[in-house]
Design a protein around this ligand. Structure first.
Ligand code: SER
Length: 874
């Protein structure tokens, strides 16, 4: 068996012997490149050099690079996908080109790795409208002895993915950059001779791609235009895990040594064996999937943290969070119920620290980060379980798809756990509806913000030298304009800048306008977001909803914002100003605005105040705002020099940087603030108002949420509907509801007490019956019995009571496979449970004295009893 360490060394030694300088792996978090989240290829650190800047180590370079690719994170667990992997590569910066690259690749594969030449197949660039078929590479391969039928030209597929097809590589990120045709090497691993129609172009199972030589002689700009680079470069990449798999004839990468340490550690902790390869493509075995996911995600998380990321809710941090959470969640499916990931990470570090010393050096940080995130996620799981209990109280027959989705989406509670709990209770989850909700959510985030958030740091070079956008939206809701620059950033998603626009760009806490853009030629774009660049250019982001030919620069367009939405935003923004003034009046002058969010459906306002605002204060604040609204103050905007505005007493935010000339908003003598947002013309336009929540965001900072006009109406309706429906279900007039609920709660308490007393009695009586069934096993008293009626709680109580009354080990079962184990302590209840579930299915956990589980197959009962007794013999 060859190991990844050997192959990595062999590769680097070979290229060093061919005068390549060894360059260390770059960080996974490229500092200056925001077109990518993570380093996804070895070439990324050399982009400036491929573009012409000399590299201090010369023109021939080689490396083993840590890479993370996150597109397929949900696919990990199958036979081939990974997020983290190592890529070996060699580079020529204007030194050798096609001939040198191909010759060395061939020599390395056949002489160093000893892959028989007749197993090697290659693909070359098939040509497109800009670049011809790569005949030169074909000739070089032929001269090396690869016959023509094993050299497959591949070009863009008609109707296939956009761009120049599989045999053209780059640019790496979403902006422009170096790229070029490539020639890829495949190893045929099929048992029989390949059939006639079988080639690397048609078959991904028997042909394994091992190496990619990119013949990098072009730069492609963001519009897809190609220009020749100053030099002809080479960029190659060979996935380390994959070549090791091919060399060993392993069925998947997970059988290679790269994964053995992490998988062994997982086996040890979960006390389950990694199942042997079964050949199924979609990998049904949940243990296989779980162990692979844990293996991959823990490797990735270890490196990502070592390189400086921390879990968060966006960008790199979010990916890291997902990796850790998925690993934890799959750990749970293996029956691991306590934090464990640092142990897996440690096993990995021990195995790889020699080549990547940073993981050893930053070990403490890695462990602490993982531990905190893991513990937090356990809390999420616990909270989710509580909410699930409440859901089940309302409807004990089925968990609706909406509820399961809400648990998942709002509380981060994974579906498979919802499913587990449902199974324990013998009920079902409406997964079809869940999937539908999920699909809709995905659609929403594809169409909506999700995608755009990712693009906040994206390449916006084409907008950099444009003039500041003129905002006409204070007075107008529509207008005509001209497109100054436009780029496609996703399937049917475009970003563009205009010379003037009525669309407000997100700023000062106010969200962007949405609306429509139409061209004379009939193209329609739904604008979903507008972001302001530091140079004052508004980048409109939208989806093409009709029309064929793409919009171009210079196109004249008609613009119209969603007026109704904007009107609601205006109201909520003016409401924020009145709230600010009212807070100062009621709570005191110390109140400072700390942040705000103004949307069409609510105002969120954060401010400094040392304690919770009382109910009376809230009432008073509401009353004051109401009066100000009703006194119909004119809202006047005026531009003036900053100093003058400050002298006149305008409210300004400390943290904000203002221009010399500022815009001020005055609402009668009630409020006077610096603000660039959009407002109502008269306070009376705000309509009804309501503070709907008051909470703490940080020490000394409070948050209020308010609604007005339509939204206030909606809020009231919701409340009154709810009250009426509660009253109806309690068969009480609304006026007597409070009284009725009090009585109801008291009755419930009495019943509960009665219930507890009865249950205690039942447990006592049933224990009386169980005690005589005890067996003597080497001097230990053992009871192992199914219980005809009762739930998890009851069998738990029985097992405990048995032990209280002198039994050493008590195992009790419910009819549907729930199980409880109690022990005097010498023999571990948890271990006994584990023994049972290993053999009779199900899962669970606990401690030395007590453990509980579910899903056990009761048909195995006799055998279970036998094993429990064996366990007690020891
Ligand atoms: N950049 C190319 C790839 O990632 C070759 O290294 O495949």
């Amino acid at each position: 068996m060859v190991t990844s360490k050997e192959i990595r060394k062999k590769y680097l030694d070979y290229f060093i012997s061919k005068n390549h300088a060894l360059v260390a792996s770059d960080s996974l978090l490229p500092e200056n490149d925001h077109t990518v989240l993570f380093t996804t290829a070895g070439m990324q650190q050399f982009v400036p050099n491929l573009m012409g800047k000399p590299h201090p180590k010369g023109k021939r370079l080689c490396s083993a690079q840590k890479c993370v690719r996150t597109n397929d994170i949900d696919e990990v667990g199958d036979n081939r996908h990974l997020t983290y992997f190592e890529m070996l590569g060699n580079w020529s910066l204007g030194d050798y080109f096609k001939k040198g690259a191909i010759q060395m690749s061939f020599e390395f594969l056949t002489k160093e790795l000893k892959i028989p030449a007749e197993k090697i197949w290659v693909t070359v660039f098939g040509g497109d409208k800009d670049i011809p078929l790569d005949t030169e590479s074909i000739e070089i391969w032929k001269k090396l002895g690869i016959p023509e039928e094993r050299i497959i030209p591949i070009g863009p597929k008609p109707g296939g993915k956009k761009g120049r097809g599989d045999n053209f590589w780059g640019p790496a990120g979403s902006g422009g950059g170096p790229c070029g045709p490539c020639t890829e090497m495949y190893v045929y691993i099929g048992k029989e001779k390949p059939k006639k129609e079988q080639t690397p172009a048609t078959d991904e199972t028997d042909f394994i791609e091992v190496w990619n030589d990119v013949l990098m002689e072009f730069n492609q700009d963001a519009d897809g235009k190609l220009t020749k680079l100053a030099a002809q470069n080479v960029d190659t990449g060979m996935g380390l895990e994959r070549i090791v798999m091919v060399l060993n004839g392993n069925p998947t990468i997970f059988e290679t040594d790269s994964f053995s340490a992490v998988i062994t550690a997982t086996e040890k902790i979960s006390k389950k064996k990694y199942p042997p390869y079964s050949g199924d493509i979609d990998v049904k075995n949940p243990i296989t999937r779980a162990m692979r996911i844990i293996a991959d995600h823990s490797r990735a998380a270890t490196h990502i943290i070592a390189d400086g990321a921390i879990p968060s809710n966006e960008g790199r941090g979010y990916v890291l969070r997902r990796l850790i959470r998925r690993a934890v969640r799959y750990g749970r499916t293996l029956g691991i119920n306590t934090p464990f990931l640092t142990k897996i990470s440690d096993a990995y570090i021990q195995d790889f620290k020699e080549f990547y010393p940073e993981i050893e050096e930053r070990k403490e940080t890695i462990f602490t980060t993982i531990k905190i995130e893991e513990e937090k996620f356990f809390e999420t799981l616990e909270r989710g379980e509580k909410i699930l209990e409440e859901i089940l109280e309302k409807n004990p027959k089925v968990i609706s798809g909406e509820d399961a989705f809400k648990l998942f989406d709002t509380y981060g509670f994974p579906l498979d756990i919802t499913r587990d709990i449902a199974r324990e209770k013998g009920i079902s989850v409406d997964e079809r509806k869940f999937d539908q909700e999920m699909e809709q959510q995905k659609k929403r985030s594809r169409e909506g913000k999700g995608e755009f958030f990712d693009r906040k740091n994206a390449d916006r070079k084409i907008f950099e030298n444009l003039p500041k956008t003129k905002f006409i939206g204070y007075e107008k809701n529509e207008g005509k304009s001209k497109i100054l620059a436009i780029q496609e950033v996703g399937e049917g998603i475009v970003e563009f800048a205009l010379d003037e626009t009525p669309f407000y760009a997100e700023s000062g806490g106010q969200v962007a306008d949405t609306g429509l853009v139409e061209s004379d030629s009939g193209i329609k774009i739904e604008v979903q977001d507008v972001q302001k660049m530091p140079n004052g250019v508004f980048v409109h982001i939208g989806k093409i909803i009709s029309g064929e030919s793409p919009l171009e620069k210079e196109n004249k367009v008609f613009l119209k914002i969603d007026v109704e939405r904007r009107e609601q935003i205006r109201r909520h923004h003016s409401l924020a100003h009145l709230l600010h003034a009212a807070l100062k009046q009621v709570l005191g002058k110390h109140v400072e605005q700390q942040g705000s969010l103004v949307e069409s459906t609510r105002t969120r306002f954060d401010f400094s105040h040392p304690k919770a605002v009382t109910k009376e204060e809230i009432r008073e604040i509401e009353q004051i705002i109401c009066d100000w609204v009703n006194s119909a103050n004119e809202v006047a905007t005026k531009e003036m020099p900053l100093e003058e505005a400050k002298k006149a007493g305008a409210e300004a935010l400390f943290s904000e940087k203002y221009e010399n000339i500022v815009r001020t908003i005055r609402m009668g003598d009630k409020s006077f603030e610096l603000c660039g947002g959009t407002h109502v013309r008269n306070t009376a336009d705000i309509g009804a108002i309501k503070i709907i929540s008051e909470s703490s965001v940080a020490s000394g900072i409070r948050r209020m949420e308010l609604v007005c006009a339509k939204e206030a109406q909606r809020f009231l309706w919701k409340l009154s509907d709810m009250t009426e429906s509660i009253a109806a279900s309690l068969k009480t007039p609304v006026e007597q509801l409070e009284e009725r609920v009090k009585i109801f709660l008291q009755e419930r308490k009495d019943l509960e007490n009665e219930h507890i007393a009865i249950n205690k009695e039942i447990v006592r009586l049933e224990t009386d019956e169980l005690i005589p069934l005890q067996k003597d096993v080497n001097g230990k008293k053992v009871v192992c019995e199914p219980i005809p009626t009762g739930d998890k709680k009851k069998i738990g109580a029985l097992a405990r009571e048995l032990v209280q009354r002198g039994i050493d080990v008590a195992v009790t079962f419910t009819r549907d496979g729930g199980i409880s184990v109690a022990s005097k302590g010498k023999i571990s209840a948890k271990d006994i449970l584990q023994k049972i579930t290993e053999f009779a299915g199900g899962s669970g956990g606990g401690a030395q004295n007590f453990a509980q589980g579910a899903g056990v197959n009761l048909e195995q009962f006799q055998e279970i009893r036998k094993r429990v007794e064996e366990e007690c013999k020891m």
